[in-house]
Design a protein around this ligand. Structure first.
Ligand SMILES: C[S@@+](CC[C@H](N)C(=O)[O-])C[C@H]1O[C@@H](n2cnc3c(N)ncnc32)[C@H](O)[C@@H]1O
Length: 339
């Protein structure tokens, strides 16, 4: 298909695979490959630069499983096709089975990091994301995605727990940072320092600690149902305290970090200012229970989810856009509580 300067090829792929517990999954993925005629004079958008240029903890645009192809620095967020929830689950299952996906190859070097001052990071802007990412790299360098994936898989196998809602995957820092930047600069959230951030299903705790690097929250809290993942989040919290806190401003260093082991549908998180759920593998029942809990939050609270929106009329969807994650692309929903 030829549209203006762009050339589209649309095709379907049928994928048959097994998940971590040996269950066969069959899926079709709609692929849209986009090519643009070279136009060297055309400046790349800020978002495109952020996603394509610096995001090396996941999959580069156009490279991921089930991802959307992109050539010539086109902004994937405007051109991306929706990939089904099942496709996302399969991509995550692919991570779980160790198949061809790049790890978050964080490679922060302590000596490079300590010479730089991180005291003046100020309000989150797109330009400040690479600097914050350096700290994130240092934080997670000894805890690649495979650690969380292995802990999750072995615990579920040991417990013979086959719930697909427990399939593991991790955020891409930069895509998460871009969503947080929009909450602040596009939608007017988090204008003052402070507030409470919750990660619902916090895995090894990376989004909660990323949130602490992106905004001066009073508190960041992760709630995770699996014990092994919860324990790893405590390990990473130890790295945060030892290596990251000494590099931060006094205000940022004071952010309370809390990880809780438990079922997020049974725990009170109504005091949230901003909620995050990497919900790609959450099913309808879990989304409904979470929406019921989310309905207890204050009007004006923000909520970011992946692939699935909150099934509640009390939350307005401000936008939904596709972004690269560690397993491919996911649609990122930004909601605000309206009533
Ligand atoms: C896709 S992982 C996301 C991990 C982390 N938030 C991230 O983005 O890097 C989803 C997590 O939710 C957890 N989970 C699923 N159901 C849950 C529940 N009811 N309560 C708490 N955690 C849950 C899973 O064990 C899994 O670790």
């Amino acid at each position: 298909m030829l549209v203006g300067e762009r050339f589209f090829i649309i095709y379907n792929i049928i994928i048959i695979s097994k998940n971590a517990t040996g269950e066969a999954l069959i899926d079709t993925v709609n692929q849209v490959r986009i090519f643009t005629y070279q136009n060297p004079g055309k400046p790349r958008g800020k978002m495109s630069a952020i996603i394509n240029g610096i995001d090396n903890d996941g999959v580069k645009s156009g490279e991921g499983n089930g991802g959307n192809g992109e050539a010539s620095g086109l902004n994937v967020t405007t051109m991306a096709n929706e990939v089904s929830t099942l496709s996302m689950k399969m991509a995550m299952n692919k991570i779980e089975s160790g198949a061809d996906i790049k790890e978050d190859n964080a490679n922060g070097k302590d000596d490079e990091i300590t010479t730089e001052s991180f005291h003046d990071m100020g309000k989150l802007t797109l330009e400040s994301i690479p600097k914050r990412y350096k700290l994130y790299e240092l934080l997670v360098k000894d805890h690649p995605t495979s650690k969380g994936k292995n802990a999750s898989t072995s615990e579920r196998l040991a417990k013979n727990d086959q719930r697909s809602t427990l399939v593991y995957g991790e955020i891409s820092f930069n895509s998460f940072a871009v969503a947080m930047e929009k909450v602040i600069n596009k939608y007017g959230g988090l204008q003052e320092s402070g507030g409470i951030f919750y990660d619902i299903g916090s895995g090894t705790g990376k989004p909660a600690l990323a949130a602490a690097l992106l905004h001066d929250f009073d508190e960041v809290i992760g709630i995770e149902i699996l014990d092994g993942l919860y324990r790893i989040s405590l390990e990473i919290q130890g790295v945060w305290e030892k290596k990251i806190v000494p590099l931060l401003s006094d205000k940022k260093a004071q952010t309370k970090i809390k990880f809780t082991r438990g079922d997020a549908t049974l725990i009170d998180w109504s005091d949230a200012t901003c909620v995050f759920a990497n919900s790609t593998c959450f099913d309808d029942a879990l989304m409904k229970s979470l929406a019921k809990k989310a309905d207890e939050c204050k009007v004006g609270t923000f909520c970011i989810t992946f692939t699935r929106k909150l099934p509640s009329e009390k939350w307005e969807v401000l936008e939904h856009e596709s972004h690269p994650m560690s397993w491919g692309h996911a649609t990122v929903f930004i909601h605000r509580k309206s009533s």
